[in-house]
Structure formats: structure tokens, C-alpha cells
Ligand binder design. Structure first.
Ligand SMILES: [Zn+2]
Length: 215
């Protein structure tokens, strides 16, 4: 893959800057997915991290300058070749974070629900011991203790159900955010709850044909 960069209109990626030559540089990618920038005899030079270069291996984090001012955005330049691989690669994090968060919400809520469900029963046990000890022969204490025992399951069910109802809200919020973030970088189509690795194997967007993995 090669992208010709310069001021002239016959380039793949046209740059409108007075200090950039008509045919300034070539951005290429080898079979391993490694990027290179090569100066094609420009007047003002090509620089990687402020060092002038003729041909240099580059990565996403390098600062690539053409001429005196123009900073080349690797991600933008690749779009000239319909290559969205850099932005697509970032989606892996979006997917992993979503799954992790989803599991966290579900399991945390399950735990809380169980605690709340069983709490009244535990209380009854403790009260039973206390009343049993204090209320030797007391008829009214016996009745109070009996009342609490009868109410415990109802309270447990109520508290548990209330906690369980909180989950859908949080999960919905998470799903909404995921629908905004987990989209094709070119056309913005939501990619569904499909693992990133599976999408990677597809290599391109079925809606807009953007290249997600290149080569
Ligand atoms: Zn697309």
C-alpha cells in the first residue's frame, strides 16, 4: 500500500500548505502492517520527531512534519486508501471495557440482591436469641418475635426485588454508550454486540467497505 502525499492534485493525499512540495512524500505500509514515510525529493524536507529523514519506519505516536509547519495525521492520510485500521484497532478497548463493565454490574447487583434478601432472616435469628433470653415467660415479647418472624420473608423479597430492579437502568445506560462508541469509524454503523476479534476477521465494513484491517 502506498499513499502519495503533496500539494499537487494528482496525489492520493493532497496537502494545502505553501511549504509542502508538489510531490512531497510517500506513506507506505508493508505486509506486516509496518508504516514507512519516504521523502520524494521535497524542497523543505520531511521530519520524524524533529529529525530530517529520507525514509523512516514510523508508528502512530510519531510526529511527522512535512516542510516547515505541516503535521501529517497518519490516521487521516490512510483514509485516502479507505484504510481505517488505526481507528478500528482502538475499538478493541471499547469492546473489552463494555464486557468487563457489564459483568461487573451484573455480578455486583446479584451480590447486593442476595444480601438484602437474606438480611431480614439473619435479623430474625438475632432477635430470636435476644427475645428468647430477655423474654422468659413474657407473652408480649413472644408475640413481637413471632410478628418479626412472619414478616421477614416479605421484607426480604421486597428489598431483593428493589435492588434487582436497579440493574436494567444501569445496563441500559451502558448499552446506550456502547452503541455510540462501538461503530464503524467511517460510516458510523453500530457494529452490534459482536466481539472485536470476529470483526477483525471480517477485515472490512459490510456497509461502507472501509478497510478495518489492512493488509
Ligand atoms: Zn462502515
Amino acid at each position: 500500500m502506498e499513499i502519495r502525499i503533496g500539494k499537487a492534485n494528482d496525489n492520493d493525499f493532497v496537502v494545502d500548505d505553501s511549504h509542502v512540495s508538489r510531490h512531497h512524500a510517500i506513506l507506505s505500509k508493508d505486509r506486516e502492517g509496518q508504516f514507512y514515510i519516504e521523502d520524494t525529493g521535497s524542497t523543505n524536507g520531511t521530519f520524524v520527531n524533529e529529525i530530517q529523514v529520507v525514509r523512516k519506519k514510523i508508528s502512530e505516536s510519531d510526529r511527522i512534519r512535512l516542510g516547515d509547519h505541516y503535521l501529517l495525521d497518519l490516521c487521516e492520510a490512510l483514509k485516502a486508501e479507505n484504510d481505517y485500521s488505526i481507528e478500528f484497532a482502538r475499538l478493541k478497548q471499547v469492546y473489552d471495557k463494555y464486557i468487563k463493565e457489564k459483568i461487573r454490574i451484573q455480578s455486583r447487583n446479584q451480590f447486593k440482591t442476595r444480601i438484602l434478601q437474606s438480611f431480614p432472616f439473619a435479623l430474625v435469628g438475632i432477635l430470636g436469641i435476644v427475645f428468647g433470653f430477655l423474654g422468659k415467660g413474657s407473652h408480649s415479647l413472644f408475640l413481637i418475635s413471632l410478628g418479626i418472624t412472619i414478616c421477614a420473608p416479605a421484607i426480604g423479597i421486597y428489598l431483593g426485588a428493589r435492588q434487582a430492579a436497579k440493574t436494567p437502568g444501569k445496563l441500559q445506560e451502558l448499552a446506550n454508550r456502547f452503541k455510540i462508541d462501538y461503530v464503524c469509524p467511517k460510516c458510523g454503523t453500530f457494529l452490534g454486540e459482536i466481539p472485536w476479534e470476529s470483526l477483525k476477521n471480517k477485515k472490512q465494513c459490510s456497509a461502507c467497505k472501509a478497510k478495518w484491517v489492512n493488509p
